[in-house]
Design a protein around this ligand. Structure first.
Ligand SMILES: Cc1cc2nc3c(=O)[nH]c(=O)nc-3n(C[C@H](O)[C@H](O)[C@H](O)COP(=O)(O)OP(=O)(O)OC[C@H]3O[C@@H](n4cnc5c(N)ncnc54)[C@H](O)[C@@H]3O)c2cc1C
Length: 399
């Protein structure tokens, strides 16, 4: 049998997390192989909403694939009680994932990554000095393995069996309408907090289509399909459109269930010579399910720790875990606390948001990268308490 070809780093999965890690490592001179079981451009069930702060971490060429720039959100509760909150500056960009991911894969390729598409990684054998990766087309040796293979990661299942994390059901449909969508309106997205049991429904406009979806963030709904159909039926703006059957895809949220029914911190993202990034590492915001930003960011952080471990004896792959613990998990812990409140009493939260629009403006600052979840939480607490007291006074005028 011929000797397996060797690489410094083998990346399984060339979505935003894997393509970013491969790009950073290749341009630093590493020998990188990037595998994807599909050929790009490929469809990926995703709303394609990028918070504007992605500008702080991505080179500006991603703007060539922006379909729509978003300045405001139309909030509804079960199709009723609408209110719109706009910002003078953009809060998000809409992309189609086939084009966005393809752009990132091509950048990695141009930087020197050897990209193998239509090749699925199946098995991993850990040796003291390398990992052997077996695919449906061959065998490779690598000094470091990056698992960037998404929500159903085989790298995580095989090499991190102790990670039992939350994967929430989502359904999404894309409807081509052959023209710029007039609904929910120029520069706007729609978010309905009451459409699902403990999650939200969305309509995100693209150049000539709408992405329509529902996601649960806590608990297990009896029928996600029933929830999707009800949302489409009740949403007045969709009344004249025939929405195609939705695709299902799990959303790998941060955190696992602990025995007490709460959310426990997840376990390590580095083991031996393997690292998990993006969805494979459950690096998805537990409040609204934003995953693309964290996929790109974790790809960069993993690449930095790999480079450190190659060039500096004082450093190791474990630096990646430290970096995630420092930068991402504190944010997710706050987002988790907020999710617990929002998805337990969504109707009350919708009313509070309507009253206290300052809180939403502050949240837009998070999307724009001007606040973090941590600073947001400190500032928003007082505003929310004040509007809650006002709401109580109105409901109980003699209290
Ligand atoms: C319905 C839905 C809507 C969403 N909407 C948004 C949104 O609006 N904004 C946002 O920020 N996030 C959103 N997300 C989350 C976002 O899609 C993910 O967080 C993001 O795609 C993670 O990127 P990734 O690179 O980690 O994984 P992925 O994008 O899933 O890429 C993984 C890659 O690995 C490949 N692969 C898998 N297994 C193997 C294997 N064995 N061998 C080789 N290759 C393999 C796949 O083909 C794929 O290309 C949404 C998710 C869902 C499900």
């Amino acid at each position: 049998m011929p000797e397996a070809k060797s690489y410094d780093v083998l990346v399984v999965g060339m979505g935003p997390a894997g393509a970013t890690a491969a790009y950073e490592l290749s341009r630093a001179g590493m020998a990188v192989l990037g595998l994807d079981k599909q050929a790009h451009p490929r469809y990926k069930a995703c709303g394609g909403g990028l918070s504007v702060r992605i500008e702080q971490i991505l080179e500006s060429d991603f703007k060539t694939v922006i379909e729509h720039t978003i300045y405001g959100v139309q909030f509804t509760y079960r199709g009723e009680r609408p209110f719109l909150l706009e910002s003078s500056r953009p809060i998000a960009y809409m992309v189609m994932r086939d084009r966005f991911d393809h752009l990132l894969v091509e950048k990695a390729r141009r930087a020197g990554t050897e990209v193998h598409e239509d090749e699925r990684a199946i098995e991993f054998h850990e040796r003291p000095d390398w990992v052997e990766v077996v695919t449906d087309k061959g065998r490779y040796r690598t000094k470091v393995l990056i698992g960037a293979d998404g929500a159903n990661s085989v790298v995580a299942q095989r090499l991190f069996p102790e990670r039992r994390l939350r994967r929430m059901p989502t359904l999404e449909s894309e409807i081509g309408i052959g023209q710029t969508p007039v609904y929910p309106g120029e520069g706007k997205v729609l978010i309905d907090l009451g459409a699902t049991e403990r999650g939200y429904a969305w309509i995100f406009p693209k150049k000539e289509r709408l992405s329509i979806g529902v996601a649960e963030f806590r608990g297990r709904p009896a029928s996600p399909k029933g929830i999707f159909e009800r949302f489409v039926r009740d949403e007045k703006g969709l009344a004249t459109l025939t929405v195609p059957q939705p695709f299902g895809h799990p959303l790998p949220l941060y955190g696992s269930r602990n025995g007490a029914g709460g959310i426990a911190a997840p376990t390590a993202l580095v083991r031996h010579r393997a690292l998990l990034v993006g969805d494979a590492g459950h690096l998805v915001d537990p409040l609204f399910g934003e995953g693309i930003y964290y996929a790109v960011r974790s790809g960069q952080m993993a690449a930095a720790s790999v480079l450190g471990s190659f060039h500096d004896r004082q450093r190791s792959l474990l630096d990646y875990d430290l970096a995630v613990n420092r930068e991402i998990y504190p944010e997710f812990r706050i987002a988790s606390r907020m999710a617990r409140i929002v998805y337990t009493v969504p109707r009350l939260c919708h009313s509070l948001m309507h009253r206290s629009q300052e809180v939403i403006r502050l949240y837009y600052d998070v999307l724009q990268g001007r606040e973090t979840y941590q600073t947001f939480f400190l500032k928003a607490k007082g505003l929310i308490k004040a509007s809650f007291r006002e709401l109580l006074r109105e409901a109980l005028p003699f209290s």
